[in-house]
Design a protein around this ligand. Structure first.
Ligand code: ADP
Ligand code: MG
Length: 367
């Protein structure tokens, strides 16, 4: 049974290798005999790379290589990386749409890789919601019928279907469009229908694979804002995939950065931007829209009695966010910094988290 301190999702030593006889060949290379519990490689990078090389040499495709992470209850966990880095494969393994070649996955403490089919179907229906970039609404069904579809499959009565569908349609801001057809909606509205459909079963766990990537920037930002308000209300445990660093910084509680099938860094948005582990992560961090025009005073918060480090660097109200960031880098800590006016009077406070969130949002000229 799940207990309260168990993470919502735990993936350990996950491998997904495509190709013939991949599972057995991976087991041989990892030295984990077939039929025993899946072994992990304890994040041993050299060993992982050696195994990868051998498998690639044999014509196999190791798409996910020894990936481990936890998602806490109510956490919004973002997986970010370039196209082809293995993001979708990871969540397909975690939701067991794909059978991973090795590793363990627990959802609320329950080992789902050994779950029977019937149990899996039940889990997917009741506890897990999924949204994809293209998920095919039924064109001949109204918005309400599309949203209520999972309930219909489950055999819920029509009156209750309608009322539950109306509730989630309201949540995603499509009230009044219940009887429209998908072709009558914009791209952003259709994506909202998909989100409503995935919410109608009230899942605890929510997988979203680049749900906003196909949308125009303005609509995308609007949906991100709505998504954050929705999450503030619903408090789901979420894995959200994106290849857009600004989106990741804006949404995430924590971000996992993937490259070539491996998670290279996990951290809060501020940790990723301030302490990138390598050049690959630093490159993403350098793409953050820097908010050259947005000023510290536009995002600082009142002091409210916060204890600030003595003698450390301070910020000025008129400083750009980009300049403020360099002060945080030089202070090398996660502590908030004071904002002081020309007379040395403290007028506000900025945390590194808030700064990075604001930078993710700010566009030059829009700040
Ligand atoms: P992302 O979602 O980060 O763009 P994917 O998880 O879709 O990346 O793909 C990771 C790698 O796995 C890519 O090299 C892709 O070509 C490969 N891949 C994905 N699915 C399959 C499959 N069914 N068969 C073979 N290779 C695959
Ligand atoms: Mg993908």
């Amino acid at each position: 049974m799940a207990t309260a301190d168990e993470p919502a999702i735990r993936a350990e030593g996950l491998w997904m290798v495509f190709g013939e006889d991949a599972k057995r060949r991976l087991a041989t290379e990892l030295g984990t005999a077939q039929g025993t519990a899946p072994g992990t490689t304890q994040n041993d990078g050299n060993r992982r790379d050696a195994v990868t090389e051998t498998l690639r040499g044999a014509g196999l495709i190791p798409a996910v290589r020894d990936v481990s992470f936890d998602v806490g209850r109510g956490e919004l966990f973002v997986i970010m990386g370039l196209s082809g880095s293995g993001k979708s494969t990871v969540i397909r393994c975690v939701s067991r749409l794909l059978e991973p070649s090795s590793g363990r996955v627990a959802i609320q403490g329950e080992d789902i890789l050994s779950a029977k089919n019937r149990r899996l179907i039940e889990l997917r229906r009741s506890r897990i919601g999924m949204v994809f970039q293209h998920f095919g609404l039924f064109p001949h069904m109204t918005v309400a019928d599309n949203v209520a579809f999972p309930l219909r499959v489950q055999g819920t009565r029509s009156g209750e279907r309608r009322s539950r569908a109306e509730d989630v349609i309201r949540l995603v801001g499509l009230e009044g469009r219940e009887d429209s057809y998908p072709r009558e909606l914009s791209g952003g509205q259709r994506q909202r229908v998909g989100i409503a459909r995935s919410l109608v079963m009230n899942p605890d766990i929510w997988f979203l694979d680049e749900p906003f990537s196909a949308l125009d920037p303005l609509i995308r930002r609007q949906l991100q804002d709505e998504f954050l308000s929705l999450q503030a209300e619903l408090n789901k445990s979420i894995v959200f995939i994106t290849h857009d660093i600004a989106e990741a910084l804006k949404l995430a509680d924590r971000i996992a950065i993937m490259r070539d099938g491996v998670i290279v860094q996990v951290g809060t948005p501020a940790e990723i931007v301030l302490n990138p582990v390598d050049a690959y992560v630093a490159e993403f961090a350098s793409e953050v829209p820097k908010g050259r025009l947005m000023k510290v005073e536009a995002m600082m918060r009142p002091m409210n009695g916060a204890a600030l480090p003595e003698g450390g660097p301070v910020l000025a109200p008129a400083m750009s966010l980009e300049d403020a960031l360099t002060r945080f880098v030089s202070s090398a800590g996660a502590a908030p910094l004071a904002v002081q006016d020309g007379d040395g009077k403290t007028v506000g406070v900025v945390t590194p988290e808030a700064l990075v969130k604001a930078m993710g949002e700010a566009r030059d000229g829009a700040g």
